[in-house]
Design a protein around this ligand. Sequence first.
Ligand SMILES: C[S@@+](CC[C@H](N)C(=O)[O-])C[C@H]1O[C@@H](n2cnc3c(N)ncnc32)[C@H](O)[C@@H]1O
Length: 239
Amino acid sequence: MTKAEENVHVYDANLDGGSALQDFFEGDSLTVATRFFRNKVFFQQLEEVVIPQLLQGGLAHRKVVHIWSAGCSDGRETYSLAVAVRRILDQLGHKRIQLQLRGSDLSRPQLDRARKGVYRVGPSDNGVFRPYSDFFTQLSPALWEVKDSIRRLVEFVDEDIAKVVPDEPYDLLVCSLVLLYYEPNYQKEILLHLLTTLRVDGFFYVAPVSSRWMRTQGFKPVVNGMNLYHRDQAISSAE
Ligand SMILES: C[S@@+](CC[C@H](N)C(=O)[O-])C[C@H]1O[C@@H](n2cnc3c(N)ncnc32)[C@H](O)[C@@H]1O
């Protein structure tokens, strides 16, 4: 983790909603504070908990996983989700289950980078692609391209996550290091809106957030102390 990411809480800009948000995020160099497979434990939980439980809950019949990367910056998070979930489903023999991912952001320059799907990564990050070599092409020692088979699963949209109304509820929603820009009341407003977009048995990775507040909304962490949440009722059978 870089120094900037460690100190990400200092980015708290205490914003309210409104029309100036796009200007703020397009002018803010911190919107690039992102990386591939940022949280190892979360990606482990995708494999051990999220996908198995969604499959038990009927995903094998629905045949489409809907995933939203809310505040996706330059797309690294969205592509990480796409390749991780594709790989898990393939390994479990569910090659016919499709993925549909949405990556939303207010920063148009970041979204342009996301749509290109070409990334310069340092030598310390090269290793993260090893398990996913089927999904990336290494163009040069430091340059990696996301393959078309993954890019076509993802739609990148210039939009405010507080206003998105999805066609289908999400199986998995990830909102990482976004809310910290906002003042607390507006954070709650955004969170309440995000919760309405989730399937009843859906999973929500959100950080930072107060787990106590999440409990007041009927959600609890999949693993205590972690930022992956599930509706309390649905998770009780897994404990
Ligand atoms: C620090 S980056 C985090 C990127 C990624 N989620 C991660 O954890 O690696 C925060 C991103 O959230 C975006 N953002 C902030 N508020 C937003 C909003 N209301 N709607 C859409 N995107 C937003 C910013 O433009 C920025 O790209």
